[in-house]
Design a protein around this ligand. Structure first.
Ligand SMILES: Nc1ncnc2c1ncn2[C@@H]1O[C@H](COP(=O)(O)OP(=O)(O)OP(=O)(O)O)[C@@H](O)[C@H]1O
Ligand SMILES: [Mg+2]
Length: 252
């Protein structure tokens, strides 16, 4: 299978800190690839590199067979890569619909504001935010802000969507709703790189998982393989999780 996105020996240093070291993996079209690892492992840095916020210190990032690591953010967005922000960045004074329309204008370029607003309504409906279309973004609750982040990135009409902890801070009912939403995005043909600390989410939607630790890729494979890897358990999951997994597999 040809990869949609390829990282080849990608490194990024911040001063003396190696936030990412020689990371290589592929994202295949149509998959939900999980990206996990402890706090500070380099997950958001990787998203920032793929979306052109930062440049790699070395290595190559290739999207649809074209190198993108020297392109500006808007050019990468227009090629079909969108992301959500872990720290949400709505324009707080602007209405919800205008926030989404701004996303559409940024990435698609051509449309008029009116067109962008019409499209925005469609995306708001999709994430169940239409009733808040004309309220200021600042007044949204946390789960609704997460939905707004998702609508903004969908407005960019992405082929590849990078979701950076879209479920942090939301309750279990909302997590189940978000899981349904993520699965429906894949059915629409969007490929997803999912950064997530909630392992229930990773285990239930990801077809493969990549694990980062101190900026290095320490494991890659199917969810069950990755979560039983001793290095991953030591670095991230902890023995408690492993014990629980063992119990579940014995009960099955
Ligand atoms: N702009 C920056 N300048 C300096 N250091 C940075 C910068 N961005 C990230 N870092 C550092 O790079 C390392 C990786 O950070 P990153 O945000 O990518 O981790 P993460 O895996 O997303 O963690 P979390 O799970 O907490 O979100 C950290 O040590 C962080 O402090
Ligand atoms: Mg992060």
């Amino acid at each position: 299978m040809t990869a949609l996105l390829q990282l080849k020996n990608v490194s990024r240093n911040f001063g003396g800190l190696a936030a990412l070291s020689e990371v290589s993996f592929d994202v295949h079209p149509g998959e939900i690839l999980g990206l996990i690892g402890p706090n500070g492992a380099g997950k958001t840095t990787l998203v920032n590199l793929v979306t052109g916020v930062y440049r790699p210190s070395s290595g190559q990032i290739i999207f649809e067979d074209k190198p993108i690591n020297r392109l500006k953010s808007y050019a990468i967005a227009r090629m079909g890569i969108a992301r959500t922000f872990q720290v949400m960045q709505p324009f707080p004074e602007m209405t919800v619909v205008d926030n989404v329309a701004a996303g559409a204008l940024f990435a698609t370029g051509a449309s008029t504001l009116e067109e962008a607003k019409e499209l925005a309504q469609v995306h708001l409906e999709y994430v169940d935010l239409k009733k808040f279309a004309n309220t200021p973004a600042a007044s949204l609750t946390l789960p609704n802000r997460k939905r707004l982040e998702l609508a903004k990135s969908l407005a960019m009409n992405p082929k590849l969507l990078l979701l950076d902890e879209v479920m942090a801070g939301i309750n279990s009912v909302e997590i189940d709703q978000s899981l349904g939403l993520i699965k429906s995005l894949v059915e629409k043909g969007i490929t997803i790189l999912l950064i997530e600390h909630i392992m229930k989410v990773v285990m239930s939607v990801c077809s493969r998982v990549v694990v980062l630790h101190h900026g290095s890729l320490i494991c890659e494979g199917q969810p069950n393989y990755v979560t039983s890897d001793p290095q991953v358990i030591k670095a991230y999951l902890g023995s408690k999780f492993a014990a629980r997994q063992n119990r579940v597999s014995h009960e099955q």
